[in-house]
Design a protein around this ligand. Structure first.
Ligand code: ASP
Length: 327
C-alpha cells in the first residue's frame, strides 16, 4: 500500500505542474504568454466627426504601435521595453497628443509629461513640463534607471536627458500645423484628448505601464497633469495590475485613479474589471476619460466614459484588435 502511494507521487506532481501552467501560472513561469494593451487617448470624437480616411490613419497608427510592441514581446523581450517602444512610436506620430503633434499651452508652446513603471519592484520614472526632449518616455525611463529620483521637471529634466544621450529638439519640432491651427482658433472644446499609453505583460509574467502626453489643450504654462504622476495616470505592480489613464488629469490626480485600481485588487480582492468599474463609474463622472489595464494573470480591460477612446490589444492567444468606438 505504502509503495503504491509512493509510485503515484511523480504522476500527481506532473499533473499539478501542467495544470498550473495551463491555468496561466505566475510571474517567472516562462509560460510564453504575453499581452499588450495600448491607448491613443480618450476624447469627444463622434463617428461623424472624422472622415473615413482620417479614421483609417488613426487605426493604422494604432496597428503599427501594436506591431512595434508585439515584436518585442513575442521574441521574449520585456514588458518595459515594449511599453517604451510603443510610446516612442506614438510620440513620433503627429496624430496623437504626445511628442510631435502634442496639444499646446495657452502660450502656444508644447509642454510634455510622461511616466513609466515596472511591476517587478515598483521602480518608476517620470518627466514633467519638458519642452525639448524628443521622446519624453525614454527620459522617464532614464530617470527610473539612472537617477535616484522618480520625477524630474523642466530644464533639470532636459539637462539630465541630454547627459544620458537622449535627443533634444527645438520646441517648434513638436508644433504641427494642425495643432497651431486649433490653437489659433482657440478650439480647445473640439480638441481630441489624445494622450498615449501602454500596459504589457511579458513571457516572464512581468507587468509594466507607461503614459505620455502634451496635456490638456490651452492648459496654463506650468500645469502638470496625471500622466507623469505615479499612482494617478500610471501604475504597475506584479502583485496586482498595470494601468495607464487618459482624460481630465486633475480628476485622475484627485482620485489617484491608477493606484486605486491596484489597491482595490490588493486590499479587497476585486477582479480587474470590478476595480476599474468602481473607480471609473462610481468615483469619476461620465466624460472624465478612460484607462487600459492588465492584471497579473494577463486579463485585460479597457474602460472609457467619453465618446471615444483610441485603443488596441494584442496577445499570445491570437487576439488582435484596435478600435475608436464600441462596435
Ligand atoms: N490626462 C492628460 C492630462 O490631463 C490628458 C489626456 O489624457 O488627454 O494631461
Amino acid at each position: 500500500m505504502r509503495r503504491l502511494k509512493f509510485s503515484l507521487l511523480p504522476g500527481i506532481w506532473f499533473f499539478v505542474f501542467n495544470f498550473y501552467l495551463f491555468a496561466g501560472g505566475q510571474p517567472g513561469d516562462e509560460n510564453k504568454k504575453y499581452v499588450l494593451v495600448i491607448h491613443g487617448g480618450a476624447g469627444g470624437i463622434n463617428r461623424g466627426d472624422i472622415t473615413d480616411s482620417v479614421k483609417k490613419l488613426y487605426l493604422a497608427g494604432l496597428e503599427e504601435a501594436l506591431k512595434t510592441g508585439e515584436e518585442i514581446l513575442k521574441n521574449g523581450g520585456s514588458s518595459l521595453d515594449a511599453v517604451e517602444k510603443v510610446i516612442r512610436y506614438f510620440e513620433d506620430d503627429p496624430q496623437f497628443n504626445a511628442g510631435r503633434g502634442a496639444v499646446l499651452t495657452s502660450d502656444g508652446t508644447a509642454e510634455l509629461d510622461a511616466s513609466i513603471m515596472s511591476g517587478i519592484d515598483k521602480s518608476a520614472g517620470a518627466v514633467a513640463s519638458v519642452t525639448r526632449i524628443k521622446n519624453p518616455i525614454s527620459a522617464a525611463r532614464a530617470v527610473m534607471e539612472k537617477s535616484p529620483h522618480v520625477l524630474l521637471a523642466g530644464t533639470g529634466a532636459e539637462k539630465f536627458a541630454e547627459a544620458n544621450g537622449l535627443e533634444l529638439v527645438d520646441n517648434k519640432y513638436f508644433i504641427t500645423d494642425a495643432q497651431m491651427n486649433s490653437w489659433q482658433k482657440r478650439k480647445a472644446a473640439l480638441d481630441k484628448k489624445g494622450t498615449v499609453g501602454a500596459v504589457a505583460m511579458d513571457m516572464n509574467g512581468n507587468l509594466a505601464a507607461g503614459t505620455s502626453t502634451g496635456g490638456m489643450m490651452m492648459k496654463m504654462p506650468g500645469r502638470i497633469g496625471d500622466a507623469p504622476i505615479i499612482g494617478a495616470g500610471t501604475y504597475a505592480d506584479n502583485n496586482t495590475c498595470a494601468v495607464s489613464c487618459t482624460g481630465w488629469g486633475e480628476k485622475f490626480i484627485k482620485n489617484a485613479v491608477a493606484f486605486h485600481v491596484s489597491a482595490l485588487m490588493e486590499y479587497k480582492n476585486y477582479t480587474l474589471k470590478e476595480a476599474v468599474d468602481e473607480i471609473m463609474l462610481k468615483k469619476l463622472s461620465k466624460g472624465d476619460g478612460g484607462l487600459i489595464a492588465i492584471d497579473k494573470n494577463g486579463n485585460y480591460y479597457m474602460e472609457y466614459t467619453t465618446q471615444s477612446m483610441f485603443r488596441g490589444v494584442v496577445n499570445s492567444e491570437g487576439k488582435k484588435e484596435f478600435k475608436i468606438w464600441e462596435d
